[in-house]
Write a protein that binds this ligand. Structure first.
Ligand code: SF4
Length: 432
């Protein structure tokens, strides 16, 4: 029996959610304005359990950031470094992680894991060999996915990216390569000679081994926010062009929203509605669609917006829950524990979230502790499962495309087809 809404402002929204109706811009803003976090959680949970029952998904993955050199200077970003001047070059084969031997995916972090924690991180670029070696190390440890993104490097040729995919594919034949945000894809169209269109760039990457695209670079789809926080970056049209083309080609993608910097709640809701409209079109007429939506909590440390406070825990929780309610056609809502913290990601499993991402191991893009934080950011599989079970959910390992993974140690296989009637097999975008 569903309890009656206690907050009169939310009653019309609650009635829509309970009836399975789509929420409007005004409904989304009303959810943000409400102080009734419990009612918001109840509604988000209702939708989450309709889609996934008590299942909560995670994966065994490894993030690799190939270079922090970037031609842009987005105000919210603490990751980028300019290309060195004079005769200097970015450090090759190093990176924030120091290019040292790394723990295998899924292994518990150790206190003496080798990392370089420098508040004055220099520019770096990893060689294709180093990237493939790191992917292989994770693959041998049982990782099913490698997640690769980096800055918009002014000197690396397009062949660097296709070679990277080929080298990983050769060493790790079954590993899913999820790589390159829409912004990087647009960058590739600009560095090819003659310039290649988005479609051709995606086709060449897919032929080299690319499996899917992550959702980064979306930020907030709003001209005011764009002009204030990342003026020189490709805007929403470019981002949607890449994801539309990927979906037409049958390449699944994710979607994100970077929140908690200069945007307002109504602009966050507008962002979600634009994604929802795109997803409607992809589900109706394209061969692929968004797998999941990942709200990314802004980390001010080390960025040009460091004077901003960034989102609070309550804002994080509300945004995750509201995402579940607004994006009724996106099957999965992920709390990327790196951004919201493992503790809040755990709580959010009862506030609309059904996925907490994976083991990660290293993540250079955001570093806590004043921008100098340790980039070794890893959860063991045991810890992820413990967080999920303690939240009253049932942990299910998935692959990148949300198919169930059966595992014995480092060996694994993907189980069966997606079955919306059986939450043990995660719903695919086409099932929602
Ligand atoms: S957010 Fe991406 S595009 Fe913007 S400065 Fe950082 S690395 Fe470059």
């Amino acid at each position: 029996m569903i309890a009656t809404s206690r907050n009169s402002a939310l009653e019309p929204v609650a009635a829509k959610v309970e009836a399975g109706k789509r929420l409007s811009q005004d409904d989304g803003v009303a959810l943000y304005q409400s102080r009734d976090i419990h009612e918001l959680g109840r509604l988000a949970n209702l939708v989450r359990e309709r889609l996934h029952g008590d299942a909560a998904y995670y994966n065994v993955n490894r993030h690799i950031n190939y270079s922090n050199v970037c031609v842009l200077r987005c105000k919210f970003c603490s990751f980028y470094r300019p290309y060195p001047t004079g005769d200097r070059r970015p450090t090759e084969g190093q990176g924030v992680n120091g290019g040292l031997s790394l723990p295998l995916a899924g292994e518990a972090p150790t206190v003496d894991s080798p990392t370089v924690d420098s508040p004055t991180v220099d520019s770096y670029e990893l060689s294709v060999e180093t990237i493939a070696e790191r992917a292989k190390q994770a693959y041998d440890g049982g990782a099913t996915e490698v997640h690769i993104v980096g800055g918009l490097h002014p000197k690396l040729p397009f062949s660097y990216y296709t070679d990277m995919c080929r080298a990983i594919r050769e060493l790790c034949p079954r590993m899913h390569i999820k790589a390159f945000t829409a912004i990087e894809i647009i960058h590739f169209t600009r560095i090819t000679r003659p310039r290649l269109p988005i479609r051709e760039v995606l086709v060449q990457l897919r032929d080299a081994g690319l499996g899917s695209l992550p959702g980064g670079g979306a930020e907030i789809f709003d001209d005011r926010v764009h002009d204030e926080a990342y003026q020189n970056k490709v805007g929403e049209q470019g981002w949607f062009d890449v994801h539309r083309t990927a979906h037409e080609l049958g390449i699944f993608t994710n979607a994100t929203m970077l929140y908690g910097h200069v945007e307002r709640p109504e602009e966050r809701i507008g962002h979600m509605i634009k994604l929802r409209e795109h997803q409607d079109e992809s589900l109706r007429a394209r061969a692929a669609a968004f797998n999941c939506f990942i709200p990314l909590s802004f980390v001010p440390d080390g960025s040009a917006l460091a004077d901003r406070p960034g989102p609070t825990g309550l804002d994080d929780l509300k945004t995750l829950a509201i995402s579940r309610l607004m994006l009724d056609n996106v099957p999965h809502i992920k709390a990327f524990w790196i951004m919201q913290s493992a503790k809040l990601a755990q709580v959010s499993l009862n506030w609309g979230v059904d996925d907490v991402d994976g083991t990660v191991v290293y993540y250079d893009i955001t570093k806590r502790e004043g921008g100098s934080g340790n980039t070794h950011q890893e959860l063991s599989v045991d810890m992820i499962r413990r967080l999920i079970v303690e939240a009253g959910r049932r942990p299910i390992e998935r692959d990148t495309l949300y198919r169930r993974v059966e595992r014995q140690g480092a060996s694994w296989r993907v189980e069966g087809r997606c079955d919306p009637e059986n939450p043990e097999n995660p719903a695919s975008p086409r099932d929602s």
